[in-house]
Design a protein around this ligand. Structure first.
Ligand code: NAD
Length: 499
């Protein structure tokens, strides 16, 4: 059986804890490798490597660090297919979707090439007589990134790009479910010229995460994953005085107004609801048509589209719309929630509970499901299902529809489909959700904007990528310098003010 270790100090190293987790091929259900789960001691060794490498890296001028990112972009493009193939084999998403996963991370690395500009400080010439004031952005030192299974290339790249180019060293703790791509990224960065020890990839589970949280050298933690773990990490990181941004789960609503183009809305819902088997934090999992007539028209358009979806292994290429979910436990949890929806009175208008794929009976495939007449009190509405399940909750009015999205505990993404500019503007302005689409179902901001949810979808300050990432991975030092023609007055005892 293949084993997957860590990448520490510029080398692949085997795990020494004796603990391993299974890495599946979700399409067949077979275990394809065992990944080492780091102990506290292994984590401490990686941090020591990072701490030794960081000052030398930080002392390089930002342009030189940016050039490593430039080369890294070339290498990511060169190895795109290789990365996407490995990603699909461990995650299960289609090959084209896996390329999108790498691509959306790569775009953040492209943004990081602008580090010299982004790291420029501020300067006030003549803040007082003979006084200049300037602020510098300095790296934090050693920082950590802890990432989820559903974007094993994109989210590690979102974390490591800004952190490294700003002059930090990083411990990346990727998901133990699909650990190979982050290790490949570390190899490519080394090839691009990143000094050894600046990026260390440590595989592991709760033990490694807790070791990160307890480690006094680590200054900041960027986390992405489920809300309970995001909350736990935010809490523990704050307790030990670390800077933390922890992004959590989601339940994204799409409101369909009576004036929307119903074909466009139905196509958007099918792509956003079922793409990547619904395992996206920006997936639309709730459709909210406004008015019964709109709902009837929407369901009529949705049913044939959902029934026509093709589910299969990534090796089937373009014949497949989405692949399996990540584990057997995930599949069982999704089916349990679907059954709870039926028991609690929702109407399952597309029912694939008996779905099985010939030749892949042991794979973690879940067929597409569509619910109508879902209500607020049902578990399928309250919980993040993270599977190919779209729930329709009918609202009588626009106010009721926006109220549903506003009252939900999650606040990652949302969308409205309408032809009316006034409604769209009102929605964008009032909604208490971090990322909003207007006739765009998955409004993932591009690399030079920032990504982040509100409410229980995000704990801590500042968003991911864009200018916020540079603020998160640096701290400001402000210098007040006085160069008077001569210091004649002697000591000053009152607080200085800029008169
Ligand atoms: P997860 O919370 O199970 O795992 C995320 C990370 O935390 C992994 O590295 C894992 O090893 C670690 N972890 C798991 N359990 C832990 C514990 N008890 N203590 C300490 N660390 C632990 O999440 P997942 O299943 O890998 O990813 C799916 C979740 O991530 C979904 O809820 C999804 O919405 C969310 N997500 C959010 C965003 C966002 O930007 N808001 C983006 C992608 C995914």
């Amino acid at each position: 059986m293949k084993t997957i270790g860590h990448f520490i100090g510029g080398k692949h190293v085997e795990g020494t804890s004796g603990r391993f987790a299974d890495v599946y091929n979700p399409a067949t259900g077979e275990v394809q490798a065992k990944v080492a789960l780091a102990s506290q001691a292994e984590l401490a060794a990686a941090v020591a490597n990072a701490a030794a490498a960081q000052p030398v890296w930080a002392a390089q001028n930002p342009q030189k660090r940016a050039r490593v990112m430039m080369k890294f972009v070339d290498l990511l493009n060169r190895d795109m297919d290789k990365l996407a193939d490995k990603l699909s084999s461990e995650h299960g998403k289609t090959f084209v979707d896996a390329k999108g996963d790498v691509q959306r991370g790569l775009e953040v690395i492209e943004f990081c090439i602008g580090a010299p500009h982004l790291l420029k400080g501020e300067f006030t010439d003549g803040a007082g007589p003979g006084i200049d004031m300037y602020s510098m952005r300095q790296p934090l030192g050693v920082v950590a990134g802890i990432t989820p299974f559903n974007f094993p290339a994109m989210i590690p790249l979102w974390k490591l790009g800004p952190a490294l180019v700003a002059g930090n060293a990083m411990i990346l703790k990727p998901s133990e479910r699909d650990p190979s791509v982050p290790l490949m990224l570390a190899e490519l960065l080394q090839e691009a010229g990143l000094p050894d020890g600046v990026l260390n990839v440590v595989n592991g589970d709760k033990e490694a995460v807790d070791a990160i949280l307890d480690n006094p050298t680590i200054q900041a933690v960027g986390f992405v994953g489920s809300t309970p773990i995001a909350h736990y990490i935010y809490h523990r990181a704050a307790e030990t005085g670390k800077r933390a941004q922890c992004f959590g789960g989601a339940k994204n609503h799409m409101i369909i107004m009576p004036d929307a183009d119903m074909d466009q809305a139905a196509d958007a819902l099918v792509g956003a609801g079922f793409g990547a088997a619904g395992e996206r934090c920006m997936a639309i999992s709730v459709a909210v048509p406004v008015g019964d007539e709109t709902a009837d028209r929407l369901i009529e358009k949705l049913v044939p589209r959902v029934e026509a979806l093709k589910v299969g292994p990534y090796t089937a290429g373009d014949d497949v719309d989405f692949g399996p979910v990540v584990t057997k436990a995930a599949k069982e949890n999704i089916l349990r929630l679907i059954n709870s929806g039926v028991e609690q009175g929702a109407k399952l208008v597309v029912d694939n509970r008996n779905f099985s794929l010939q030749g892949y009976e042991d794979g973690f495939f879940v067929g597409p499901h569509l619910f109508d007449h879902v209500t607020k009190d049902m578990d399928i509405y309250k919980t993040e299902i993270f599977g190919p399940v779209l729930s329709t909750i009918r609202a009588k009015t626009y106010e009721e529809a926006i109220g549903l999205a506003m009252d939900h505990e999650y606040g990652n993404g949302t969308a409205i489909f309408t032809r009316d500019g006034d409604t769209a503007r009102d929605f964008a302005s009032r909604i208490n959700i971090g990322m909003v689409g207007i006739n765009v179902p998955i409004p993932v901001p591009l690399a030079y904007h920032t990504f982040g949810g509100w409410k229980k979808s995000g704990f801590g300050d500042l968003n991911q990528h864009g200018p916020d990432a540079f603020k998160f991975y640096t701290r400001t030092k402000t210098v007040t310098a006085r160069w008077p023609s001569g210091i004649k007055e002697g000591a000053e005892f009152s607080i200085p003010t800029m008169k």
